[in-house]
Design a protein. Structure first.
Length: 388
């Protein structure tokens, strides 16, 4: 049958060759349903899932509170020609949950929200150059020079900032301060952040009048309710939130200091479906559940068991593994070769485990010790066979 979706799927990280290093027909490619921390494919095969929608689901699939909130919002009509009252309620809840955020705008995707943060920063400062550190989406502003389909002039306005290198970071910001509008960083890039590096980014941005944007798409609600900013005491000018903020429903948020967010009124940032109520209702229920059920503490506890198990695998299988990286809440194995990573992911799937062979695997509120131990037993079995 002719392929109707170029690249197999609209989400690049869910392509079979990305997940498993292969398009073999025996591998799972499309899900039919999900519940808790389990997924069923089109053939009805069941898997314990550590991919968790690329980190978008922190409470588990089909969490009752989210399902009830979504159902009620859908029954009330979803959208209209007026902005919903729920938008104000969720904005208040975000700002109460993350006190250093004073104002917010809602969007649909992480890439869109980071782009909005950059637009706000450029408007506020009148400067065009942007430094980025990490992955900030697929839109033109953050693609490297020479990227296909991206005008060369745009690529020249974006440069990479070195992660966890305080001196180099200080020098770069000071050198380009006159033209630099924003510094956008992910707080976790394989390794946790060096606190000194975070202080340098924050202090140098303040010194130069540059807008400091913290990209918390992966970390919000996971490392703490307030994400990495809460855990490491960072106070960015703007923070971008997505993925787990609505437990898998399409919502992203850009928020921060009112003085900086005011620039959103002087440029055009708007999306027709930014104010549909299903995702807003999911976000309200998610934020309430993150706090009431102590979700970040659970993720840390269960994730610590997973990461310790991955580290033990590294010591037993050095021919295929060179390390375990990340944090308990978001971790992965580092392989000695592409072949080893593909064989591990494929072997795990054959045994009922969806395991991401690159950054990151994510635990959720639905994962417990039993699921973690199952995952580690599967990985041990796969790697043991590869050793023979």
């Amino acid at each position: 049958m002719r392929e109707r979706i170029p690249g197999t799927t609209s989400t690049g990280s869910k392509r079979p060759e990305t997940l498993f290093g292969s398009r073999d027909e025996g591998l799972p490619s499309r899900m039919s349903r999900s519940a808790g921390c389990r997924v069923w494919d089109e053939q009805g095969r069941e898997y314990v899932d550590l991919v968790m929608a690329l980190g978008s689901v922190a409470l588990g699939y089909g969490h009752p509170a989210i399902t009830a909130a979504v159902s009620e919002a859908a029954s009330n009509g979803v959208v209209s020609g007026l902005a919903p009252a729920l938008e104000v309620e969720v904005a208040e809840l975000v700002c109460e949950s993350i006190p250093w955020v004073e104002q917010v705008r809602f969007l649909k995707t992480g890439a869109e929200a980071v782009a909005a943060a950059v637009r706000i920063a450029r408007t506020a400062t009148g400067r065009d150059r942007v430094f980025g550190c990490g992955y900030h989406g697929w839109l033109d502003w953050c693609q490297p020079a020479g990227a296909r389909g991206v005008p060369a002039e745009l690529g020249g306005l974006f440069s990479e900032l070195p992660f966890n290198e305080p001196e180099a970071t200080r020098d770069l910001i000071r050198t380009h301060a006159a033209t630099l509008g924003a510094v956008v960083v992910e707080p976790v890039i394989v390794d946790p952040p060096n606190p000194e590096w975070l202080r340098v980014v924050q202090d140098e941005c303040e010194r130069a009048g540059v807008v400091f944007v913290l990209d918390e798409i992966k970390t919000i609600g996971r490392l703490a309710v307030g994400g990495a900013a809460e855990r490491w005491g960072i106070r960015p000018d703007l923070v971008v939130m997505g993925k787990a903020i609505a437990n898998g429903l399409p919502l992203a948020v850009v928020g921060g200091r009112a003085e900086v967010m005011a620039a959103a009124n002087h440029t055009w940032i708007s999306s027709t479906l930014a104010t549909e109520t299903v995702s807003l209702a999911a976000a309200r229920a998610t934020l309430q559940t993150l706090a009431s059920e102590g979700v970040p503490a659970h993720l840390s506890r269960v994730g610590t068991r997973l990461l310790a198990g991955l580290e033990a695998l590294v010591t037993r299988h050095p021919a295929h593994l060179r390390g375990a990286a990340g944090l308990p809440e978001m971790c992965f194995l580092q392989f000695t070769s592409e072949q080893a990573s593909a064989a591990t992911a494929q072997g795990a799937a054959a045994r009922g485990l969806l395991f991401k062979r690159t950054a990151y695997n994510f635990v959720s509120l639905a994962h417990g010790e039993r699921e973690v131990d199952f995952a580690l037993e599967v990985l041990e079995g796969v790697l043991g066979e590869m050793d023979r």
